[in-house]
Design a binder for this molecule. Structure first.
Ligand code: FES
Length: 489
C-alpha cells in the first residue's frame, strides 16, 4: 500500500549502474540518510555515489510519520540512568540541533516541503508518574518541556508532556529538492564487497562494479554480518499508519506512551493515526489496521480512509543509534542504523556526523553514537532477550513440527506445514494456486512466521521479511526464499 507521502509526491527515476564506476565514497542506500550524506559530502567537495537496491526513498523514508523532534518517547529518563547526564545532554542537543539543521537547509535551498514548527506531546491515559519523571529528566538535560493535562486529543488524558517548537514536514518533497547534482544508481544492489591490495574496495552489483576508497552503509539494516555483528545488537519492529480525510486537525504531534497508545499528526489535509507496534515476526493475530480504523470511527465518525501503510524500525540494544565507523577492522567503512522510531531526526544527526568523520572535522557526538561503544550493564536484559529470540527462532525450525496439512490451509492466508520431513510456508490463493516456500530465513536460519495483516513471511530474529511467494521485502537477508515447485499429497 502507498503511504500518504508516496501518494502526494513523485520522486524522479534514475538509471542502474552498468559497467565500472570509480568514486571516493560509495553510499549504500538511497533513503533520507544516504541522500543527506551525499548532500553534505558534495557541499564539502567530496565525490560520492549513491547505490540504491530499489528506488530512491522506497524503503522506510516513504513510510515514516515525518516528525522532526528531540522528543523520543521516554528516552531521557532511560538514558540518564543508563549513560549519565553528560551523554544524555549530548543526545538531546544532537537531536535538537537536527531540527535546526533541517530548517536551515530548507531555507537555504528554498525547499517547498510543508515544513511546519509545531509542538510535540507525549501523553498517557493511565499514568502520571512516568511522564513526571520524563519531564524532570528532559529539564535536567536542558530541554524546554511543560506538563499539562489539557490537549486537543479527542479523549481525556491523565497527563501530557509538551515540547514546543518541534517540526513536521513532507519527507519526499524535501528530498526531491536535494537530488540535483547527486550521482544516483537505482536498482543497483550491492551483493558483495572485496578489499583490493591498494586499500580500496570493490562493490559488486548485479551489472557493475564500483571502486571506492570508503563505503557507507545507509541501508537501514546493514547486510554484512561480520565484522560489525549488528545482528546481535538490533532487532526490528513494525508499526502501522492510516491517513484519514475529514478528521480533526490537531495542534501538535502526539505520541501515546501507554502499551496501546496511538500516535497522531496532521498534514494540511489528513490526520495520520499510527500505532500497533510489535517485534517483526510476532504479529500472528494481526488486526493492527482494524484497531486504527476502530479508533478513527470512534473519535472521528466522519473520517474517511485515504491510505494505509506500515513502517519497520531498527531497535538498538541501548536506545542509542549506531552512527560512525562500522567496525574497528574496517576504518573506511561507516554505518548509520538503529534509529528506532525517530528516523527523520536521526538521519540528520547521522549525515552530519559521518560527513564530519570523513572530512576530518571534530564532531562532539562521535563517542555517544559510536558503534564501537561497549554496552552498559543496563543493556543486559535486552541482550538476553535478543538471545532468547534467536534461540527460539532456530529451535522451532529444527525441532517442532506442526501437523497442519495442505487441505487445512485457509484461502488467502499462510501456514507452516510439514511436508515430507521439511517445514514449508504455504499460501493458498483464491483460485487454489499454492505457493510453498522454505521457512528457513536466508539471513541466519531462524524460522519465519506468517504475518496475517500484510500477507508476508517475517523473521522474529532480526526482522527480514518476504512476500507470500518468497520475494525479499526487507533485510538484513539478501536473497529470496527457496521455492518448492510442486506439492504432491
Ligand atoms: Fe536474521 Fe532472519 S533476519 S535470521
Amino acid at each position: 500500500m502507498k503511504s500518504i507521502w508516496s501518494e502526494t509526491a513523485q520522486i524522479p527515476k534514475y538509471p542502474f549502474l552498468s559497467g565500472k564506476c570509480f568514486t571516493k565514497t560509495a553510499i549504500i542506500g538511497g533513503g533520507i540518510t544516504g541522500i543527506l550524506i551525499s548532500y553534505f559530502l558534495n557541499e564539502a567537495g567530496e565525490e560520492n555515489v549513491i547505490l540504491e537496491a530499489n528506488e530512491i526513498a522506497s524503503g522506510q523514508t516513504k513510510n515514516t510519520t515525518a516528525k522532526v523532534t528531540s522528543q523520543h518517547g521516554l528516552i531521557y529518563s532511560k538514558l540518564l540512568v543508563q549513560v549519565g547526564k553528560e551523554k544524555t545532554s549530548q543526545y538531546a542537543k544532537a537531536n535538537q540541533n537536527a531540527v535546526l539543521e533541517y530548517e536551515k537547509l530548507i531555507q537555504t535551498k528554498g525547499l517547498s516541503c510543508d515544513w511546519k514548527r509545531i509542538p510535540s506531546y507525549l501523553y498517557s491515559c493511565r499514568d502520571v508518574a512516568l511522564l513526571k519523571k520524563e519531564e524532570q529528566a528532559a529539564k535536567e538535560v536542558g530541554l524546554k518541556v511543560s506538563f499539562t493535562t489539557n490537549t486537543k486529543l479527542p479523549f481525556p488524558v491523565r497527563s501530557a508532556l509538551k515540547q514546543e517548537n518541534q517540526a513536521q514536514f513532507h519527507p519526499l518533497k524535501f528530498l526531491i529538492g536535494l537530488l540535483n547534482e547527486m550521482t544516483i544508481y537505482e536498482h543497483t544492489k550491492v551483493e558483495k564487497i572485496e578489499n583490493t591490495k591498494n586499500g580500496l574496495y570493490l562493490l559488486y552489483t548485479s551489472k557493475g562494479i564500483v571502486t571506492a576508497k570508503r563505503v557507507i552503509f545507509a541501508s537501514h539494516y546493514p547486510f554484512i554480518n561480520v565484522p560489525g555483528y549488528y545482528f546481535i545488537r538490533m532487532h526490528q519492529e513494525r508499526s502501522y499508519c492510516i491517513a484519514f480525510r475529514n478528521a480533526q486537525i490537531l495542534d501538535g504531534m502526539y505520541f501515546g506512551i501507554d502499551p496501546d497508545g496511538l500516535s497522531f499528526r496532521n498534514t494540511e489535509e489528513y490526520l495520520i493515526l499510527g500505532g500497533g507496534s510489535h517485534r517483526t515476526g510476532e504479529s500472528r493475530k494481526g488486526k493492527q489496521y482494524e484497531r486504527l480504523k476502530k479508533a478513527a470511527a470512534e473519535f472521528y465518525p466522519k473520517a474517511k480512509e485515504q491510505t494505509a501503510w506500515s513502517a519497520q524500525d531498527c531497535m538498538p540494544l541501548d536506545n542509542i543509534p549506531y552512527i560512525g565507523r562500522f567496525s574497528k577492522t574496517k576504518p573506511n567503512w561507516y554505518v548509520a542504523t538503529g534509529f528506532q522510531k525517530w528516523g527523520m531526526t536521526s538521519s540528520m544527526v547521522a549525515a552530519q556526523l559521518i560527513c564530519d568523520l570523513i572530512i576530518g572535522k571534530k564532531n562532539e557526538y562521535e563517542t555517544l553514537f559510536s558503534p564501537q561503544r561497549v554496552p552498559t550493564l543496563f543493556s543486559v536484559p535486552q541482550i538476553l532477550d535478543e538471545g532468547k529470540h534467536a534461540f527460539k527462532g532456530l529451535a522451532r525450525r529444527l525441532f517442532l513440527f506442526p501437523k497442519q496439512q495442505i487441505e487445512q490451509i485457509p484461502v488467502g492466508q499462510g501456514k507452516v506445514i510439514e511436508y515430507r520431513g521439511e517445514k514449508l510456508g504455504v499460501y493458498k490463493e483464491k483460485d487454489g494456486t499454492i505457493h510453498a516456500v522454505s521457512v528457513k530465513c536466508p539471513h541466519l536460519g531462524c524460522e519465519l512466521n506468517w504475518n496475517p495483516e500484510e500477507l508476508s513471511w517475517d523473521c522474529p530474529c532480526h526482522g527480514s521479511r518476504f512476500t507470500f511467494d518468497g520475494h525479499l521485502i526487507d533485510g538484513p537477508a539478501q536473497s529470496n526464499l527457496k521455492k518448492k515447485k510442486s506439492l504432491k499429497k
